[in-house]
Ligand binder design. Sequence first.
Ligand SMILES: O=C(O)C1=C[C@@H](OP(=O)(O)O)[C@@H](O)[C@H](O)C1
Ligand SMILES: C=C(OP(=O)(O)O)C(=O)O
Length: 407
Amino acid sequence: MLHHTTLPKKTFEVQITGSKSESNRLLILKALYPNITIENLSESDDTKYLQKALNSKEKEVDIHHAGTAMRFLTAYFACKENSEVILTGSERMQERPIGILVEALRQMGADIQYEKNDGYPPLKIRGKKLTQNKVSIAATTSSQFISALMLIAPSLPNGLTIQLEGKITSVPYINMTLALMQQLGIEGNFSENNIYIPNKKSIENQTVVVESDWSSASYFYSIVALSKATEIVLKSYRKQSLQGDAALSTIYTSLGVETEFFPKENAIKLSKSKIEVPNKVNFNLVNTPDIAQTIAVTCFGLGTDCELQGLHTLKIKETDRLTALKVELEKLGAYLEINEASLKLTSSNTIFKNVSINTYNDHRMAMAFAPLALKTSLQINDCEVVSKSYPTFWEDLKSVGFSIDFQ
Ligand SMILES: O=C(O)C1=C[C@@H](OP(=O)(O)O)[C@@H](O)[C@H](O)C1
Ligand SMILES: C=C(OP(=O)(O)O)C(=O)O
């Protein structure tokens, strides 16, 4: 139960765990090039399951709800010579598509079979040398398929050219994959619909420090937006981020939150700005799908209407996030119109009390709704789901003054 709370006029400090996206890429790269040391690795379940999978000697590997782990490991095991593994995940993972990636890997010569339904996990993967150096792949469904191919590309004997078909979704995640590889001394380029990554035999010994997770920072943006005068310092963040969700610092200016960067301390300070939040806002989130829920809930809490576009990937994430948002926000008094790729929220002057919010095995449903405790009391069901990306979320919320009872 989250009690209706008013936060004091005070500056709080929160240290957020490393980016799950950066961590999961670096773990795959470390498996291929062992002389990488990773610091500030994410403590998320998704990262732990990926790490466990990479060290596993079992015939079956279960990555639970971790989308990036599923997609990255499919490519990794497909090119791991003389290996054979069944790669599976949670019930929901078995409904999340992977056919586009499997098809691309098969074009490259991979041996992958579907264990249950065509196009979905579980997969039986017999690893072999992949010598084909060109592949084309549809880019509209998930950028994770493309990052998966990029991550194995430098270890392939002939490198890889990836031709992207259709409108590319979640582009910053592709840029992140390339930037991390370049940071490690792996060459590559991405221009228009072409990605090229040559073979790289080895890389120099080096340490990479993962920046903290920007998607996790979104919940504190929401808290500051919904608070009266609270300031929150978040660590460890950089102005030059590889994470697309760093766009929060721009997006939330319209929602009344100012971001100050402190490069020496690797920190950011979020505070209320003096601007008046408009009655209606409009954002295209095709580059930042993971912060859609946070933004929709912030707008509802502020009594601001919003129109969010670029959301066509939301229905294949941990749950159908568009439907989940509609059902749960409407319980609190909002009105939502949703379609394939967008949502239109009409806020209301009253927010109903003591509503019980379902989370559908989706960490971001739990975390996005929590800041509403600054407006009303509410219950978040199955609150432990947060561990998928942010295991200490509830402790951190308590540390900034939230009043929480766990039943
Ligand atoms: O590559 C990544 O680390 C991710 C890419 C995005 O997925 P899509 O490309 O499927 O939108 C994002 O939603 C996910 O949380 C993490
Ligand atoms: C969509 C997400 O993760 P994944 O696709 O890696 O399961 C997420 O963390 O919001």
